[in-house]
Design a protein around this ligand. Sequence first.
Ligand code: GLN
Length: 193
Amino acid sequence: MARIGVLALQGDVSEHVLALERAGQGKVQAVEVRKPGQIEECQALVLPGGESTTICRQLESSGLTEELKAAARRGKPILATCAGLVLISQEIEGDSLVKPLGLMDIKISRNAFGSQRESFEADIQIKGLDRPYRAVFIRAPAIAAAGREVEVLARVGEAVVAARQKNLLALAFHPELTEDPRIHHIFLKMLEA
Ligand code: GLN
């Protein structure tokens, strides 16, 4: 049984818990992470979407920041979605409210799809999947620039919306909001490696 933590400070936590357990078909136990010491007990971690300014603030007051950074550097698989993607970045374009954790060598453009496209769905081609994936975007960020270690996995037009750097899988969309388990399967495979 793999124990996977979902950072539960703010955002769509319960959806991730359900999606992980559904994709794991009895082999995954998903737990909500709120306190220091809990990340250590998990083999992998999900950083959900929500509001990155809020999660950033809560992360500091929860005392989880250092533990999270250390886990990422030691190679623990991390799935970061939407606001989670903003958090793990190196740099955020023109933004001072969110202090990124600097785990992944990417620069983020927050709310990259603008107010006219606050929320939308798109069939995207993801590297490693044989047919399109229906992705849900909600006030989504995009990866504006990526370093050499980063593998781009998907785009919407020119915008990079999925990427991987070693143990870090980062998505601008919400895989927990659709029934398609293929993204979670990719993530669970990263635990076996
Ligand atoms: N726009 C939000 C932010 O930057 C992210 C939105 C989301 O997670 N759905 O925090």
